[in-house]
Design a binder for this molecule. Structure first.
Ligand code: ADP
Ligand code: MG
Length: 672
């Protein structure tokens, strides 16, 4: 194969013959029939056959190849905006061609734009089965792919790797049979089921794909679990003391998750646990209890958060909770003065300080944590693999720390079962008592004045309000400008109130001073960009206004709304939107308006966006699912998960061969 073609195929993630076999059609086209040009209808794909009446390169309005084809019933125009000289040759006047494409009503009558062309002899037979259409990339035509795939189908062994009883139990066809049925559908194949990936062949392939994903994730999990870690005995004195000192009782969910984590920490292999809990479900205290388990065994633990604001808030909370227990917490962020930091770094290095909270400053070089036994990562999806690995390698005792990942972006169950199968999961599925549900209102931009009045009323009633400025993804400068203007306009409209502003460009010290003032009630209105998105906790704030809400993602809206409803007061979230709404914008607003449960919102989000973006932030190198669908194939996911466990213990060689078939060498990419 020439290197240029090989390079292009690599873009399709095809690195060898084996990958070609698993490069399955995106859809199918029906070329088994020829439609008379006269009958071909606008808006539908069709195949027509006729003689080329004319063919020329036109230069206006832009360079394009235009041909007219006629059959006994009529004629149509075919048009290519990008074309090769070879294409032009296929269309010499008087030659006979078949065109496949969608018919559109054009200025000069019916036309096809970019149809596929096939030169034919008069009376040449038609294909008997549906024609596969493959995912492709620039410079690799369908014909080339088909030829390559057919060759691969002849040379690559298609032996069945699934144990026979499993196949029978799940009623799946053999591998070879399944693969062939997808690349070369039988003449009587049901086009609808094939398109919808519902045939037995598709089921078999989807199952195998899911199985391989489970195998690789479980294997990564087992490999990490095989390493040593510091066993932290659950003595319980410090955690108990903290729980007793809290002004509230733990929820059942918190107690349950806490117990799961405590049991993990007591083991001599590293914990790999995801603590999932909706906004406001109280993850911080669960993390604090785990950190205390490390501390009372004389080992260090850290809590890393993605933003300065959030890290500082964690620090304040932990420091206040732990001071009465006689424990000090180090605070590591980019904003601290060098001298202050140095003293703390020294005490962390000596092992005298056992607890630290910080931003990614924690993983930077001068920080040494020789006795690190537990690392907690808040909003884990905000960190990349590399950052988590750097944290993992901070200890100097040759063993991995226990890892507790926290996420307030609820992950739908099917997604957790697939893409997060390498983690144990604890879920906080219960909010602390006494929260009043948040009322969500959708308000068009024209009624902005009324919203300002609501802010005034809420603050006069002793509450506080957030005003979130529009997200402007294209330009940070513009976003900043808008934030400043919004701030000035609100300050002018509400002269009797103290209004503050936070945005990403402020110096960390300024940001934290503003946040502290809002927290203390010295500011009543906080105008903010999305820097407040994660984790900020000011229970007295009861009104959240989000401008241009249609521009925000669902997870973001849910996070932002979760900043209120944290106290006992009736809370309101006002989503201001601008017309006209795009279809997805409208869909998102509808979801956020109708649902308050994070898991329900995540499920809808998954439906609207697909899993790619969801897990994209995980930066994992994890192969995404190409064929299986989390929503529709939930049944297969369960079966794949169970079989993966069994294969790994009972038939590891089969597991190896399955992974080799699907992943080639790519398994090495799986994050450690
Ligand atoms: P999140 O899960 O979003 O990180 P936090 O840990 O910030 O939630 O907790 C949200 C708020 O709820 C905090 O003010 C916290 O002190 C409070 N809280 C946590 N657990 C409980 C509980 N069991 N009862 C009452 N309030 C609680
Ligand atoms: Mg939090």
């Amino acid at each position: 194969m020439n290197p240029q073609l090989a390079g292009r195929l690599a873009k399709l993630d095809i690195h060898g013959m084996r990958d070609l076999v698993l490069h399955l059609p995106l859809r199918y086209e029906d070329e088994t029939r020829v439609t008379a040009i006269e009958v071909a209808r606008a808006g539908f794909p069709a195949q027509v056959e006729g003689e080329v009446l004319s063919c020329e390169v036109q230069l206006r309005p832009r360079r394009q190849l235009v041909a007219r084809i006629a059959d006994a019933s009529g004629s149509l125009v075919a048009r290519w905006l990008n074309f090769y000289p070879s294409q032009q040759k296929q269309l010499t006047v008087g030659s006979r061609v078949r065109l496949f494409g969608e018919v559109r009503g054009g200025f000069f009558g019916d036309e096809m734009v970019h149809p596929r062309v096939k030169p034919v002899a008069a009376g040449e037979g038609l294909p008997e089965a549906l024609t596969p259409v493959y995912p492709t990339t620039a410079g690799v035509g369908q014909a080339t792919l088909r030829k390559l795939i057919d060759r691969a189908l002849k040379t690559v062994p298609l032996d069945d790797l699934l144990p026979e009883p499993i196949r029978r139990q799940l009623d799946l066809p053999g591998f070879a049979e399944a693969i062939r049925s997808l690349h070369h559908p039988a003449p009587d194949a049901d086009a609808y089921s094939l398109e919808n990936r519902e045939t037995p062949g598709w089921r078999r392939i989807k199952f195998e794909e899911l199985l391989v994903q489970q195998l690789s994730l479980r294997r990564a999990y087992n490999a990490r679990r095989a390493r040593g870690a510091i066993a932290l005995a659950p003595r319980g004195r410090l955690p108990r003391a903290l729980v007793e000192a809290l002004p509230f009782a733990l929820t059942g969910a918190q107690a349950r998750a806490g117990a799961e984590i405590a049991a993990d920490l007591a083991c001599a292999h590293p914990m790999q646990r995801l603590l999932q809990g909706d906004v406001g479900s109280g993850k911080t205290i669960v993390a604090a209890l785990a950190m205390l388990q490390a501390a009372e065994n004389g080992w260090q633990s850290v809590l890393m958060a993605p933003t300065e604001i959030l890290a500082e808030q964690h620090y304040r909370k932990l420091a206040a909770w732990l001071a009465p227990l006689g424990l000090e917490v180090a605070w590591l962020s980019g904003s601290r003065k060098k001298r202050e930091r140095e003293a703390e770094l020294e005490r962390l290095k000596s092992g005298e300080l056992l607890l630290a909270v910080g931003t990614h400053a924690l993983i930077e070089d001068p920080v040494t944590l020789p006795r690190l036994a537990l690392a907690v990562v808040d909003e884990q999806h905000r960190f990349g693999v590399r950052q988590r690995l750097a944290l993992r390698d901070k200890g100097e005792h040759g063993q991995h720390p226990h890892m507790l990942m926290m996420s307030a972006t609820p992950i739908p169950r099917t997604l957790a079962m697939t893409h997060y199968a390498d983690l144990d999961v604890s879920v906080l599925d219960e909010l602390p008592p006494g929260r009043t549900p948040i009322l969500t209102k959708l308000v068009s931009e024209a009624r902005r004045k009324e919203v300002v009045e609501r802010v005034r009323a809420a603050c006069q009633g002793g509450r506080q309000a957030y005003w979130v400025c529009p997200l402007i993804e294209e330009s940070e400068a513009l976003q900043l400008k808008t934030a400043v203007e919004t701030y000035e306009a609100l300050a002018a409209a509400l002269p009797e109130l103290k209004v503050g502003l936070v945005h990403g460009r402020l110096k960390p010290a300024e940001k934290s001073a503003t946040m502290a003032a809002f927290s203390a009630g010295e500011l009543q209105v906080l105008v903010a960009t999305t820097v407040i998105e994660v984790g900020v906790d000011v229970p007295n704030a009861s009104l959240m206004v989000i401008e241009h809400a249609e521009r925000f993602g669902l997870a973001q809206l849910h996070q932002l709304r979760g900043r209120v409803g944290r106290g006992s007061a009736e809370s309101v979230c006002i989503l201001i939107y601008a017309q006209p709404l795009s279809e997805t914008g409208r869909a998102r607003l509808k979801v956020i308006y109708e649902h308050t449960d994070g898991f329900a919102i995540a499920r809808e989000d998954l439906r609207i966006r697909g899993p790619g973006e969801f897990v994209g932030a995980r930066q994992s190198g994890l192969p995404l699912l190409r064929y299986a669908d989390l929503e529709r194939d939930a049944e297969l996911i369960k079966a794949a998960r169970e079989l993966a466990e069994r294969l790994l213990t009972e038939a590891p060689v089969v597991a190896d061969r399955l992974m080799a078939r699907w992943l080639g060498g790519r398994e090495a990419l799986l994050r450690a």
